[in-house]
Design a protein around this ligand. Structure first.
Ligand code: FAD
Ligand code: SF4
Length: 464
């Protein structure tokens, strides 16, 4: 049997360079590298990789087209299942999905499906050959979407392709949800997000900004205005805090505020943008997920001093993508694992000065399937800090649900839906983080596709 070649590595910015800028870290394949990587694919008939993809992209076929240098055809095939491929090629946890299912993963040589997806979609965009499918059918009904994150945009695109008139209502002045205000430029350039939103608009979807649903209009008012169905994709952008003494001191930020000020308000481009953020030279980031890694790596780029990552479990339990925690560490973020902050102390002027912590050990598994952290008595210690970012997760923003009559939510405020995204109201559907809690981009997109089909079925039945 011929020896299986290893994955073609993607070039990336040198560590010493990248910590001084916010430009994208991985630099992408060139044509030759993409063809070389695509040529390793075995074109398996059963293609387990497709089952690993939450939106069922025809992976072997798009890779075959790339291998034959039919890059535009390859990109278009992906778009039949995924309207935001340049984004997913960059931020999807492929190592837990399609690449995990790839038969070559047994030898740790899975095809770099994400890198290839990124390459062909970048190729289509760079060549300015973005294909806009002709929408031949026109349906009379208008549909409203609340939120322009990956879930809202996907549902909007799918419904538009079915012939509906679709309007997205976005509360912020810019679209993309977490893709714009959460994930930093060095992982996901905002120009890519802008162009993927442009694609959805060119399909014919209207996006209205600065429209906070629940304040400006309620869902019921949208229905009264002539929308036949509403898809709620408002995300879970409400910050969580630990509830420990001193947490309200100055310079203790939620990760939402910290990342929004950097990404959306461009604090990292001060003084070009007049919206800086003050963090000092000793920054602690609390948490172990992607948000914590993004916060720590952003802090490191803003601050040439020390950045600590404080996580109460061990490395194995960290929910962040392995490649992101690896990059954070190699860039110089110092990990304090099995460590829990218990109190913040001030400098007598109301600013945080010290974080008191306690060492932890791991006990039995809890309801999340991860081993429960248990405090070890007598192990308290202090870390000097100038600022702290709390990145321990987010919650549902209650605004839309509270302003929608008879819409059922669970005890945490997430909207209750069935497997098709149908809520307790027949004309109201929901999906993405506002249903599942903070999850992934592709999961938010997968449920949006299902909901679009359910909305179509609902309206067909209504028409009779
Ligand atoms: P969101 O992306 O949150 O979008 C919701 C939109 O609704 C927002 O634009 C919001 O402004 C708008 N909205 C809210 N309320 C209203 C209202 N009342 N009226 C009108 N509009 C409203 N996932 C990955 O797969 N890979 C990653 O690498 C990754 N990294 C992440 C890093 C960070 C920092 C964060 C916070 C999350 C990350 N995630 C990652 C998770 C992923 O981004 C989310 O699961 C995904 O964005 C959820 O999509 P959504 O459309 O449901 O919600
Ligand atoms: Fe190619 Fe791996 Fe999918 Fe087989 S499982 S078709 S090798 S990507």
């Amino acid at each position: 049997m011929a020896k299986i070649q290893s994955q073609v590595k993607m070039k990336e910015q040198k560590i010493s360079e990248r910590i001084k800028n916010f430009s994208e870290v991985p630099l992408g394949y060139n044509e030759e590298e993409a063809v070389q990587e695509a040529s390793r694919c075995l074109q398996c008939r059963q293609a387990p990789c497709i089952k690993g993809c939450p939106v069922s992209i025809n992976i072997p076929e798009f890779i075959r087209l790339a291998r034959e240098r039919k890059f535009l055809e390859s990109a278009r095939l992906i778009k039949e299942a995924n309207s935001l491929p340049a984004i997913c090629g960059r931020v999807c946890p492929q190592e837990e999905q399609c690449e995990k299912a790839c038969v070559l993963n047994k030898q740790k040589k899975a095809i770099a499906i994400g890198y290839l997806e990124r390459f062909v979609s970048d190729y289509e965009r760079d060549k300015k050959r973005i294909y806009i499918p002709e929408i031949k059918v026109r349906k009379n009904e208008k549909i409203a979407i609340v939120g322009s994150g990956p879930s809202g945009l996907t549902c909007a695109g799918e419904l538009k392709k079915m012939g509906y008139s679709v309007t997205v209502f976005e509360g912020l002045h810019r679209g993309g949800g977490v893709l714009s205000y959460g994930i930093p430029e060095f992982r996901l350039p905002k120009e890519i997000v802008r162009q993927e939103i442009e694609y959805i608009k060119r399909l014919g979807v209207e996006i209205k900004y600065n429209m906070v649903i629940g304040k400006l209009y309620t869902v019921d008012e949208l229905l009264e205005q002539g929308f036949s169905a509403v898809y709620i994709a408002a995300g879970a952008g409400y910050p969580s805090f630990m509830g420990i003494p001193g947490e309200n001191l100055n310079y203790i930020y939620s990760s939402n505020e910290f990342l929004t000020r950097i990404n959306l308000m461009k604090a990292y481009r001060f003084p070009q943008y007049d919206t800086p953020i003050k963090i000092g030279r000793k920054v602690a980031v609390i948490g172990g997920g992607n948000t914590a890694m993004d916060s720590a790596r952003s802090a490191l780029r803003l601050n040439p001093g020390k950045v600590y990552l404080i996580y109460r479990r061990s490395r194995e339990e960290m929910p962040a993508r392995i490649e992101e925690s690896h990059r954070a560490e190699e860039e110089g973020v110092k990990f304090h694992l099995l460590t829990l902050p218990v109190e913040f102390l001030d400098d007598e002027k109301g600013n945080v000065r010290v974080m008191r912590c306690q060492k932890m050990k791991l006990g039995e598994k809890d309801s999340s399937g991860r081993r429960r952290p248990i405090a070890i008595p007598g192990t308290e210690f202090e870390i000097e800090v100038d600022s702290v970012v709390v990145a321990i997760g987010t919650q549902a923003n209650p605004l839309v649900a509270a302003a929608t009559k008879n819409l059922k939510t669970n005890k945490w405020g997430y909207i209750i839906v069935d497997e098709f995204g149908r809520t307790s109201r027949p004309e109201v559907f929901a999906g993405g983080d506002i249903v599942s809690g903070s999850a992934t981009v592709i999961a938010a997109m997968g449920v949006a596709r299902k909901a679009a089909q359910a909305i179509d079925r609902y309206l067909k039945e209504k028409r009779g």
